[in-house]
Design a protein around this ligand. Structure first.
Ligand SMILES: [Zn+2]
Length: 126
């Protein structure tokens, strides 16, 4: 069983990867019942919200680069016929949110950063 920190590190890696190599998530966490219904492995990391399945847009050319980066981040990658499965490993039991730290600059520019604090007396602009 992975710790909450490991699962958060994995989730951060997924966000980091999506920022670099756009993809669509088709499955993330599952209940035991849902996992059975879709034929998932009995001990699937999906049950622990520590695995993600995703697909690339038609014509996307970044599949190999995405897989290489996911592995570099410590994810286990299983390319399937119609999707790519990535999951957390013990490598995600690290002491900090590494991907968040690494991607903070680019994430901030894409997201625009947190809302600026208004100075006292300033009125809200809508
Ligand atoms: Zn999967």
């Amino acid at each position: 069983m992975l710790s909450m920190l490991a699962k958060l590190n994995f989730a951060a890696d997924v966000l980091f990867l999506a920022e670099l190599y756009p993809f669509s998530v088709t499955s993330w966490g599952r209940t035991v019942e849902r996992n059975k219904a879709v034929g998932g492995a009995r001990r699937s990391r999906h049950i622990d919200f520590a695995a993600v399945d995703f697909v690339l847009d038609a014509g996307a050319s970044h599949r190999d680069a995405l897989i290489a980066m996911a592995r570099k981040l410590g994810c286990r990658v299983i390319p399937e016929n119609d999707h790519i499965h990535i999951e957390a490993t013990r490598a995600h039991e690290r002491g900090e949110l590494a991907a968040v730290t690494a991607s903070a600059g680019s994430a901030r520019s894409a997201w625009g950063g947190p809302p600026r604090r208004r100075k006292a007396g300033q009125t809200k602009q809508t």
